[in-house]
Design a protein around this ligand. Structure first.
Ligand code: DP6
Length: 421
């Protein structure tokens, strides 16, 4: 090891995207290893708009493993963190940094402590799969720091032990989590189906729905579903295997109609499983249902589906439009039904790729009030509006997988002290 008296700090910063499932993971066959009861497929969201940045550091001066999330210290004692740290440490290799005069041998990693700082560029409380991006980023950054030689698939199997959906954030584009057959979990990992350029016409709009209710966590919700829902058994055995094949075909062929039908059906079935759980779990609320009705009405009035919707373990809607033109028409519809409260600033109401707002012809608040009712509405005399039910929208697109950030100024830890900046 390097001269202890030098008290060097070696660090790596990485950025990892979040993902949204279009064929859902719901239910484990092994709670500790996090092994699922079915395959799932997701689309990775552009990290420019939604991502986690994590800096990991090692130094002989660190006295214990410590972690800060969004600036606040959190405990690393939980089993999921411990499993990820143990798995990644056991795969570490020698690291030599001639510039810093640091030489770490494989065996040294067991004794050296780590500092970890993680930051989400989106509100953690919004319920937008922050744990998926978080664990994926932790594992990816540590693998770089510790010179782990395993491929991305093997790393995904480690991230999976932090949070199941995290394994799919190790890749960009469309990703499949293969459930695997073994008991030790080594074959339960993510693979990339296509990269983010394959279907770059797609536009994704997330409606962050105002909610007062504390939701059941995915972890306990799916445990209760496994214990009580017969529909979940049927879904995992009979429905999902066929849907996975159809979804892979739809993605490969850019077949939006089939993609949208499968995505909506799978989201609805996942929420049906939640209702079939005893006691029933309600993740969607009235606003979620109104968004579904709006999209369904529009899709039915067109020859083919224009927009797909999907909802995770919360009321937020993830809407996938077939192209930019459709996305601007979708945004007009959403803003017509769910205008902001009067005190809202338009700039804080539409986040991410704001250019879609221009395409929709909206420059200021009064343009939202001037929107006319969508043509698929027959009786436009009494169309209700639901002001304030959507807190804000995020416009984004399919995006790339994790990257290391070489620019030291983006690090979240101080390079001298290894403490948060
Ligand atoms: C509804 O990955 O959050 O988002 O493995 O217990 O951490 P744990 O659960 P988590 O569950 C995600 C469930 C989902 C569907 C999905 O992402 O596939």
């Amino acid at each position: 090891m390097a001269d202890e008296s030098k008290k060097w700090v070696l660090m790596v910063t990485a950025q990892t995207p979040t993902n949204i499932a279009v064929i859902k993971y719901w239910g484990k066959r092994d709670e500790t290893l996090i092994l699922p009861i079915n395959d799932s497929i997701s689309v990775t969201l552009d990290p420019e708009h939604l991502c986690t940045t994590t800096t990991v550091a090692v130094s002989p001066s660190f006295e214990s493993d410590r972690m800060w999330l969004n600036g606040k210290e959190i405990s690393l004692s939980g089993g999921r963190y411990q499993n990820c740290l143990r798995e990644i440490r056991s795969r570490a290799s020698d690291v030599h940094d001639e510039g810093k005069g640091v030489h770490i041998e494989k065996k040294d990693w067991e004794k050296l402590h780590l500092h970890i700082a993680s930051y989400n560029n989106f509100p953690t409380a919004a319920g937008l799969a922050s744990s998926a991006a978080g664990f994926a980023c932790l594992v990816f950054a540590l693998a770089k720091l510790m010179n782990v030689k395993e491929d991305q698939g093997k790393l995904s199997a480690i991230a999976r032990q932090g949070s199941g959906s995290a394994c799919r954030s190790l890749f960009g584009g469309f990703v499949k989590w293969i459930m695997g057959k073994g008991d030790n979990g080594s074959d339960s990992l993510a693979v990339q189906l296509v990269d983010e350029k394959h279907w770059d016409e797609l536009v994704i709009i997330i409606a962050v729905v105002s909610s007062r209710q504390k939701e059941t966590s995915s972890t306990s919700g799916m445990r209760e579903s496994v214990e009580t829902s017969l529909l979940l058994k049927h879904r995992a055995k009979e429905i999902v295997p066929k849907r996975i094949i159809q979804m892979e075909e739809a993605i490969k062929n850019h077949d939006f109609s089939s993609f949208a039908n499968l995505t909506c059906a799978d989201s609805n079935q996942f929420h049906a499983v939640c209702l079939d759980t005893s006691p029933p779990i309600f993740y969607m609320n009235n606003t979620s249902h109104r968004i579904i009705s709006c999209v369904e009405k529009w899709n039915h009035s067109e020859e083919t589906p224009q927009v797909a919707y999907t909802f995770d373990a919360g009321p937020n809607a993830v809407l996938i439009a077939r192209n930019r033109k459709v996305a601007s028409l979708l945004l007009q519809r959403m803003l017509f039904y769910f205008p902001p409260t009067p005190e809202t600033d338009l700039n804080n109401f539409i986040l991410g790729d704001k250019s879609i707002l221009q395409d929709a012809g909206i420059k200021e608040m009064k343009d939202i009030d001037a929107l006319s009712s969508p043509p698929e509405i027959k009786d436009n005399a009494n169309v209700p509006k639901y002001r304030g039910e959507v807190s804000y929208f995020i416009c984004t697109r399919p995006g790339r997988g994790p990257v290391e950030l070489a620019d030291a100024s983006q690090a979240l830890l101080n390079p001298e002290t290894g403490l948060p900046k």
